[in-house]
Design a binder for this molecule. Sequence first.
Ligand SMILES: C[S@@+](CC[C@H](N)C(=O)[O-])C[C@H]1O[C@@H](n2cnc3c(N)ncnc32)[C@H](O)[C@@H]1O
Length: 189
Amino acid sequence: MCDSLDDDTWDAPFMEAFEEDTETFPFGTLSKTASHVTTLPSTTDAAVSLSNTTHSTIFVDLGCGVGRVTNRARDTTGCTAVGVDMCPNEIAQAQELANGNGAIYLVDDVFNAEAVIAALPDFTAADWDRVVIFIFLIPTLVNSTKFQALLGALLDKGAKLVSYCYHPDKWTPHERDERMNVNLYRRSL
Ligand SMILES: C[S@@+](CC[C@H](N)C(=O)[O-])C[C@H]1O[C@@H](n2cnc3c(N)ncnc32)[C@H](O)[C@@H]1O
């Protein structure tokens, strides 16, 4: 799914899901095309709106692909926008499409999200309340125990989560945009 992935140096979790998961969804077959399936601007706007993303938000797209969501969030709100993807090619393209808008792109594994966010310039523990996590990832990943534990830990720190299309099983959204299929999650106060 990612041409430049070096099998010798990168051992991302759930790679087998991409190899074996050949189910065809309304927007494409995820096994080979997942990197190239992107979220529409209108859906991104719904996610931005539902999560109240503003210029003071740290918006993190876990599995950002070519940065359609990250760049739009940055361009429309002025937020600190961070895109993380394990595919160097996708990140390179995202940076190109950013056209110098200031979005931050990192080649990394989504499972390193907590460390990646904590390592952002000037980030302190108080900033977790400003973090919005966006995900549009395959169900195998979204519903894995390990990934849900990661998301739960981020919510416990104060981050909000917006998911598009595939949502964490058995989690009750705080709010939902039914038309756009976007859910918002946060820890109850
Ligand atoms: C369906 S695309 C979504 C792209 C973008 N977020 C959007 O909505 O337009 C999913 C992306 O997640 C990335 N991805 C999947 N598993 C990952 C992992 N473990 N670490 C980093 N990126 C991952 C894939 O490379 C792919 O680019």
